[in-house]
Write a protein that binds this ligand. Structure first.
Ligand SMILES: Cc1ncc(COP(=O)(O)O)c(C=O)c1O
Length: 478
């Protein structure tokens, strides 16, 4: 089993140290870039929203989202220059990773195109459009199942009247009739069944996946689109996986779809965008390395090679970045409320919240995230295990199973810790508001922003009260 590095792995205190490009320690405190995180709870002069906050607390660090988008755009700009690629790059944000208003507002303001997958997503798009945050030139990609007569299919037709630059991606031949019958002038995309680690078209086509259309259906659907007077085939979609660790594997799995793209392009010259969907990885632990520059260059040169062989122009390239955009902007901070020795293998540190309902992937998929103390970093450490405050035996960290040791300071008086890299999917899977495991109220949220290297701005969104939870469960009148 690989052993992800999830934190400090020694008993000695942490010297002033750079953990990654946004977490560093100074004088025994942990900083998110230049923000002293312990100060949010302990107060003191300097940064902070004015008064000490209580834990648990969710952190939403918006500058990191902008950073991620700008970084990927710069990487592709550079790769386009060095490979003399004759197509453009489109960065789209896959909103399923985190659909919070402040996130969508930030991705759009940073210039991202927008990918969506459900009828409520369309409502979000409509609000953003009405508020002027979704400019007319921005592409909106509608993925997901949109069967005829569904709310999502109808809502897409309605949204088309408000935002012309909308591309429904056909998942299934049966999704086509509502688009044809609408008479509206749609650019459409086709989604290839391409998920999984395949080496050739036959293997890809026979993979067990519910997403996209097999090869025979893609060709048929492309012909129907070409025959429909109001439809224009513009985009080809092929997503091959999630959190893909190697640029070479990523591009190798994309190669069969590239070949199909090139053959489709020979027959349908309106086809213009190769969309590789999601899958671009991001650091959720401290040992992560992915060469984004190598990925971008290899992707473009492979497209050049394939399209050259079929004598078709290279496409514009689109990625739908979900996890990459939002994982690192989110952190969840807790206080250690008890340090318990009960003859277990390691001491238990109990936090004032739940691990499993805050980060469902840790118990459902044994996913690892970074965990670091916010204070006492200049004290000795010991190996421990973390327990959530729920009564659930799975509410623990490191996840089961794991070979990754977790070290935290021996000093537990007023000790605060943070889980980092949890900003994508975890909140969406755990649910926002509602009632959670062991009826624990949801934590407050601190939205943090700043202009360039200027002062921080803070906004506190109050978490749930006891009565909010009891009202949800029917104990109090609505
Ligand atoms: C169609 C589509 N696009 C993009 C994404 C985002 O993927 P990731 O979070 O790996 O970037 C997903 C995730 O499931 C998806 O289904």
């Amino acid at each position: 089993m690989t052993r992800p590095v999830i934190g400090w792995e020694q008993e000695t205190p942490v010297p002033d140290h750079v953990f990654n490009d946004y977490l560093n320690s100074r004088n025994g405190r942990l900083f998110y870039e230049e923000l002293d995180l312990a100060q949010l709870f302990l107060g003191g002069a300097g940064q902070g929203p004015g008064q000490p906050l209580s834990s648990p607390l969710e952190i939403v660090y918006l500058p990191r989202i902008r950073h991620q988008i700008q970084r990927m755009q710069a990487i592709f700009d550079q790769a386009i220059r060095t490979t003399a690629y004759e197509g453009a790059f489109y960065y789209a944000y896959a909103s399923k990773a985190n659909a919070a208003e402040e996130v969508i507002r930030t991705t759009l303001a940073a210039g991202a195109h927008h990918e969506m997958s459900s009828t409520v997503d369309v409502e979000i798009g409509r609000i953003m459009r009405a508020r002027g945050l979704l400019p007319p030139g921005r592409l909106v990609i509608c993925n997901g199942f949109k069967t005829a007569g569904s709310d999502y299919a109808n809502n897409i037709l309605r949204f088309k009247g408000e935002h012309a630059n909308l591309i429904p991606v056909v998942e299934d031949l049966a999704e086509l009739p509502p688009l044809i019958d609408s008479g509206l002038p749609f650019d459409v995309g086709l989604r290839q069944k391409s998920y999984g680690p395949h080496q050739d078209e036959a293997e890809m086509d026979s993979y067990n996946s519910r997403f996209g259309m097999d090869l025979a259906t893609i060709w048929k659907t492309a012909d129907y689109v070409a025959a429909a007077p109001n439809l224009n085939l513009r985009l080809y979609h092929a997503m091959v996986g999630s959190q893909i660790a190697s640029p070479a594997d990523f591009v190798a799995w994309l190669k069969p779809p590239m070949e199909i793209y090139a053959r489709l392009r020979q027959r349908h010259p309106t086809l213009h965008i190769f969309n590789f969907g999601g899958g671009v990885p991001v650091a959720m632990t401290l040992d992560f390395h992915f060469d984004y520059d190598a990925f971008a260059s290899l992707l473009l040169t492979t497209l050049q090679e394939v399209c050259g062989r079929y004598r078709v122009p290279v496409p514009d390239v689109m990625g739908e970045f979900g996890r990459y955009t939002t994982a690192e902007h989110g952190a969840h901070l807790f206080k250690i409320i008890a340090a318990k020795e009960n003859n277990s293998a390691l001491p238990w540190y109990i936090i004032d919240g739940s691990i499993m309902s805050s980060f469902p992937d840790s118990w459902a998929l044994s996913e690892h995230f970074i965990v670091l103390p916010l204070n006492h970093l200049d004290q000795p450490f010991q190996q421990v295990q973390l327990g959530g405050i729920t009564c659930d035996s799975d509410d623990v960290y490191p996840p089961k199973p794991s070979a990754s040791p977790l070290y935290l300071p021996v000093e537990t008086e007023n000790l605060y810790i943070g889980f980092f890299g949890i900003g994508a999917y975890q909140e969406m899977l755990g649910g926002v508001k509602g009632s959670k495991h062991c009826v624990l109220p949801e934590a407050s949220e601190l939205i943090i922003d700043r202009d360039a290297a200027g002062p921080y701005h803070f906004e506190v969104l109050q978490g749930q009260t006891f009565s909010d939870v009891m009202r949800n469960l029917g104990y109090l009148a609505l």
